[in-house]
Design a protein around this ligand. Structure first.
Ligand SMILES: Cc1cc2nc3c(=O)[nH]c(=O)nc-3n(C[C@H](O)[C@H](O)[C@H](O)COP(=O)(O)OP(=O)(O)OC[C@H]3O[C@@H](n4cnc5c(N)ncnc54)[C@H](O)[C@@H]3O)c2cc1C
Length: 399
């Protein structure tokens, strides 16, 4: 019997597999695809803190960024720049494969082409039913980690409910005029309530994409036309990819013999939809909790609650503030967004925020709360700023 079976060979699943296998535990990873690294919809930007969590030998990095430009609906540009790289672009195919290889070398057993269909928790074990090349297979383990990305199927099956709030990311790859830094665009014609991006990842090539709750395919076409007519993009759209992005975590991420990590648990930055770092962070916590559970042979819900307590310590306040900021931002009109850009740029607020100790590609909560202390921003943000400042009074999870 395996100590732990992990559903999904994405970054979160492989991180957990690597850390457990490295400590001598018997780990199986079931992946429905023939290999790891098939998530083509992901842009692949990670901050520098994320790199510190990776197993040795994993990088997959093809470009680094120390600057970006943000465009308001009417075209006001905010340029932000730091002396050193703040973020890196990873090739997800290479990255996920390297992560899976690191876990395999540490001793984890990967079963590819194995789509999990059922997870049954009994008093003594977990029984996982999967379909492999048309045949039914069954895996038994003492515990299971659901790392299967954003999909309510397993969390519902396990009595953990489902993520309440999400968007969809749409993306394509294009030739460019040789742009060197990431560009981010706002406005209701571009990506209502969210943003669109053009991110160079190799000389002359960029990812063009956007987040939206509705109509993403048509918005992507419109955004591409705009970038093409401005000469920034020089090739047509060939293939598009899309994927759901959870923007709020599951209220409960553990149960008897079960932990849920990564996108499956909604451990994603609500501001940007980036989930690789928080997924790795929480999988690292999950592995530490399971290590203890295996040593004590105690997989009770009471024991595994430690996982949620620990990841909440790190992320709960951050996710709550940034979720409220996201919901507030979605209510802003183009004029209000322009006003914010105008105020920030005329008073160089972005320069001040950039030089703050708390500035980070991965942690936005403290910076948002700091930005709200600028009286000049109260007017453009109005009631929404008030709501975010008083976030602790706001409900986060539904009762
Ligand atoms: C357009 C777009 C752009 C993005 N850009 C970024 C970015 O720049 N930076 C960032 O940090 N994040 C980004 N994200 C989010 C990022 O892709 C996810 O947060 C990240 O992939 C989550 O990793 P994970 O391991 O939790 O899940 P996933 O990467 O989704 O991996 C889940 C794995 O489980 C497998 N699986 C699913 N169901 C089953 C089953 N039944 N049986 C077996 N296996 C199964 C899947 O095949 C997959 O391999 C983006 C997302 C989108 C949609």
């Amino acid at each position: 019997m395996f100590d732990t079976a992990i559903i999904g060979a994405g970054p979160s699943g492989s991180q957990c597999a690597y850390l457990l296998a490295r400590q001598g535990h018997k780990v199986a990873v079931l992946e429905k695809k023939p290999t790891a690294g098939t998530k083509q919809s992901c842009t692949g930007i990670i901050g520098k803190e994320c790199r510190g969590l990776l197993p040795p030998g994993v990088d997959g990095i093809t470009a680094e960024f120390n600057s970006a430009s943000f465009f308001s609906p009417s075209g006001i540009i905010l340029h932000v720049e730091k002396p050193t790289p703040q973020a890196s672009f990873i090739d997800r195919k290479r990255f996920d494969n390297q992560m899976a290889l690191a876990a395999q070398e540490a001793g984890a057993e990967y079963i590819f082409d194995a789509a999990t269909e059922t997870i049954e928790i009994t008093g003594r074990k977990v029984i996982i039913g999967a379909s492999k090349n048309g045949n039914s297979i069954s895996i038994e383990a003492k515990s299971v980690v659901v790392a299967s990305g954003f999909n309510p199927k397993f969390t519902r099956m396990l009595g953990l409910g489902q993520i309440e709030y999400s968007a969809t990311g749409w993306q394509t790859e294009v030739d460019t005029n040789g742009m060197l830094e990431a560009e981010v665009y706002f406005g209701k014609n571009v990506a209502p309530g969210f943003f669109a991006w053009l991110v160079p990842f190799s000389p002359g090539r960029a990812k063009l994409g956007l987040l939206s709750r509705n109509g993403g395919a048509a918005l992507l076409q419109t955004f591409w036309s705009d970038m093409y007519s401005r000469g920034k993009v020089t090739s047509p759209i060939t293939e598009t990819y899309h994927g759901a992005v959870p923007l709020k975590p599951l209220a409960k991420t553990y149960n008897d013999r079960v932990l849920v990590v990564g996108d499956a648990a909604g451990q994603v930055k609500p501001t940007t939809g980036g989930g690789i770092y928080y997924g790795l962070l929480c999988s690292t916590i999950a592995a530490a909790c399971l290590h203890e559970a295996i040593a004590r042979d105690d997989f009770s819900s009471k024991m595994l609650k430690k996982y949620q307590d620990e990841w909440h310590k790190k992320l709960y306040a951050e996710l709550k503030v940034t979720y409220l900021a996201r919901r507030a931002f979605q209510k802003l009109s183009d004029k209000q967004i322009d006003n914010i850009f105008e105020t920030v740029s005329s008073k160089s607020i972005h320069e001040e925020l950039l030089s703050e100790e708390d500035f980070s590609f991965d942690w936005h909560g403290k910076l948002i709360l700091k930005a709200l202390k600028y009286p000049s921003l109260w007017n453009p943000l109005g009631l929404l700023a008030y709501q975010i400042r008083h976030f602790h009074k706001q409900p986060y999870y539904s009762p």
